[in-house]
Design a protein. Structure first.
Length: 261
């Protein structure tokens, strides 16, 4: 089985959900012209990192975002890994990813487990409590958000359960482009899986972002990579390749997790 994926790397309007919904609709309608199986959006694409105003601009229970993404998924018959949004709940605001199939059904939602203190996330966001596993077209997948990729044990928990494709959504800033590329390639090699990583472009009042969305195969080969500019990055995942690589070098059967604590 093959999966064609398209990452929408775009410049998020700081603190302006209305503008971002409009912009994202245009981008998705452009992306579907290439007939992808899956469209991937970046982190916090409705608000950007306007953290101090999240009580005002976060999506209450994710209702507006869910309606928006499910309608587009059904209309265009495309699976959507919905980046992440600021979801306001009675318990606080979460940085939450929605995974939606081509019928508009919510497959899972994942809230960012590891909050990034260097960008003050812990002051404005609640940490997630659940994993990011989901299935697309019978392919086992997992979703992660930005800082999560610095925690290989969290990624491995999912691939040890069978995840063959890892989706990463991010607002990864300068000057850490080398970290972004190296961490993503390492996660692909050590987990023998595809990594599909969608970063944002542009800047906000405090940060400039590196772009460079990437699609990486289970050997760590970069199949496609964007520049820093707005773009739609598309590539083909050959899922059988994951199985073949895992047979060639059987790291999962050779693991000794009883010694890892």
């Amino acid at each position: 089985m093959n999966l064609k994926v398209s990452c929408i790397q775009f410049d998020i309007a700081f603190g302006n959900p209305e503008e971002n919904f409009k912009h994202m609709r245009e981008k998705i309608e452009k992306a579907v012209l290439d007939k992808p199986d899956v469209i991937v959006l970046p982190e916090l694409w409705t608000t950007g990192y306007d953290l101090t105003r999240l009580d005002e601009i976060a999506d209450h229970e994710g209702q507006d975002t869910l309606l928006f993404l499910t309608q587009l998924a059904k209309e265009h018959r495309v699976n959507i890994v919905g980046g992440s949004i600021a979801k306001r709940t009675d318990d606080g605001v979460y940085n939450t990813m929605y995974m939606i199939d081509r019928n508009g059904e919510l497959l899972n939602e994942y809230s960012k487990l590891h909050l990034f203190k260097l960008m003050d996330e812990h002051h404005y966001l609640q940490a997630g409590q659940h994993d990011g596993m989901f299935s697309l077209n019978g392919v086992s997948c997992a979703g992660f958000i930005c800082y999560d990729i610095r925690f290989p044990e969290w990624i491995r928990k999912h691939t040890a359960k069978g995840a063959e494709v890892v989706f990463v959504v991010a607002e990864w800033p300068h000057p850490r482009l080398t970290h972004w590329r190296s961490l993503l390639i390492s996660r692909a090699i050590e987990n023998q899986c595809y990594v599909v990583a969608c970063n944002r472009a542009g800047k906000d009042p405090k940060n400039e972002f590196v772009g460079h969305s990437m699609i990486i195969d289970p050997w760590g080969e970069v199949l496609a990579e964007a520049t820093e500019e707005e773009s739609i990055l598309t590539g083909e995942l050959q899922i059988e390749k994951v199985k073949n690589v895992r047979k060639q070098i059987p790291i999962f059967s050779d693991r000794r997790p009883e010694f890892y604590q």
